[in-house]
Design a binder for this molecule. Structure first.
Ligand SMILES: [Mg+2]
Length: 202
């Protein structure tokens, strides 16, 4: 399948709606292993993005990602603002002037987002962060086998990890079996992608 501006906008719209809907739950996860603001912060960015589209709809495919990056970087705060903002910005850069993405190009764009998070967060896979959802999601997407079940299983695996990065790492062993809020919101990001279109088809 081919990613167009319309499909990308649907992806981010579904993501924003999911974030707003799960706001309380995301903040609850963050109250346990962080500072309790993840849901509020993410929902603020999501709301701002949806509102901005009423006035300034994206013109090009990359605009969808650029506009999301701006909202997350300027309006979200916390740790998640810069991390998601960087991811979206790197994705916009990887898209450049393309107006359509083939499946393989989409995978590369998401990989660029992943690298952005990794560098900005100075983190690696296995530390119980967003990356632990992004990495397996990218792998499954590459094989055209990403499903909501895989995302569920992935989040369960991340939940079993001990946090060694960020605020949650201060909890040490007590972070085991608690849901990482960034991993939970990342799961919503990929669920939204699945809902926006049939990525495993042609
Ligand atoms: Mg927080």
């Amino acid at each position: 399948m081919i990613i167009t501006k319309e499909l990308a906008q649907k992806w981010f719209t579904v993501f924003a709606e999911k974030v707003i809907q799960d706001k309380e739950q995301l903040s609850e996860y963050d109250r346990i292993i962080g500072d309790g603001d993840h849901g509020m912060n993410m929902a603020r960015g999501a709301q701002q993005l949806l509102s901005s589209w009423q006035e300034t709809p994206p013109v090009h495919l990359a605009d969808v990602f650029k506009q999301a990056a701006m909202k997350w970087i300027s309006g979200v705060g916390g740790a998640s603002g810069p991390l998601y903002g960087t991811a979206f910005f790197e994705m916009a850069k990887a898209i450049g002037t393309k107006e359509e993405l083939q499946h393989e190009e989409l995978v590369n764009v998401i990989k660029a987002g992943f690298d952005g998070i990794r560098k900005r967060g100075k983190s690696e896979v296995g530390q119980k962060t967003m990356l632990d959802v992004w990495a397996p999601a990218i792998e499954s997407l590459e094989e055209k086998q990403l499903t909501t079940e895989i995302l569920e299983t992935t989040l369960t695996k991340v939940t079993a990890l001990k946090a060694t990065k960020g605020r949650a790492s201060f909890l040490g062993e007590r972070s085991i079996n608690e849901v990482d809020p960034g991993a939970a919101s990342s799961k919503l990001f990929f669920e939204a992608l699945l809902e926006a279109g049939d990525l495993n088809g042609d």
